[in-house]
Design a protein. Structure first.
Length: 251
């Protein structure tokens, strides 16, 4: 994996934090996932777009639990060398995000589909793989270099953010965005033309699986059937709690 751009988390947020997974901020990397495999995922996503995608919040149209409908996504999640390579870049051993309802997603963006508003991610670490980026005006990943709480308070108050603190990164096919975007204010720049289709694959720390910002109420907002609750509770009981107690003892 060739790193094309990187900024560490403390530089990105202009402060150092205790509650984080290493100092991974944001990177743009050249990946080696097979183009034919990604094209198959994109084609299948377009076939089921109208039936399976929804714009539920944040002005974002997406297919949740995407690997359920497109099995080829699992081939990318477990592509040889992927986890090892991303772990090395993050400076922390990583694993796929375990909650099936949000472990992977396909997002659609454009003038009709919308572009995601300012927010911070629930899953701690995310890889965004561009599947299509055609005729796009706008559509860059925008990250605001400041504290999450004060930034979101300013957004909700309708204040104009300082443009000098906005970091812009252009998506492109053949590369992916890789970052620890939990509690990092970011959005997609509004698009006036073109289409963007992205494969989202979430990850977390093996040693610190409790470092997460996906509370149950947030997951339930997108998944009100609650079929995922046993999976969530078992993970807290058998993975997150033991890891947290071990971590607390080490402080």
């Amino acid at each position: 994996m060739k790193v094309e751009f990187e900024m560490d988390r403390s530089t990105l947020l202009r402060k150092n934090e205790h509650w984080k997974i290493g100092n991974l901020g944001i990177m743009q990397i050249q990946h080696d996932y097979p183009g034919e495999l990604l094209d198959t995922i994109k084609r299948k996503a377009l076939v089921i777009k109208e039936q399976q995608s929804a714009n539920m919040h944040l002005n974002l149209r997406f297919i949740r639990n995407a690997q359920k409908y497109i099995p080829e996504i699992a081939e990318v999640v477990h592509y040889p060398g992927r986890l090892e390579g991303l772990s090395e870049l993050a400076g922390e051993e990583l694993e796929p995000y375990p909650f099936t309802v949000i472990s992977t997603a396909i997002t659609f963006m454009g003038p009709e589909d919308g572009t995601v508003d300012w927010h911070g991610d629930g899953p701690p670490i995310t890889e965004l793989v561009a599947l299509e980026h055609e005729g796009v005006t706008g559509g860059r990943l925008e990250l605001y270099q400041d504290d999450f709480e004060s930034t979101m308070a300013a957004v909700q108050a309708g204040e104009t953010l300082d443009p000098d603190r906005v970091l812009h990164i252009q998506h492109k096919v053949g590369s992916s965005m890789f970052g620890q975007l939990m509690r990092v204010p970011h959005r997609t720049e509004p698009m006036t033309s073109g289409t963007r289709i992205t494969l989202t694959m979430n990850l977390r720390s093996v040693e610190k699986p409790f470092m997460d910002s996906n509370p149950m109420h947030y997951l339930a907002a997108d998944n009100p059937d609650f079929e995922w609750v046993d999976e969530y509770v078992d993970d807290v009981r058998y993975r997150q709690l033991p890891a947290y107690l071990k971590y607390r003892e080490s402080l």
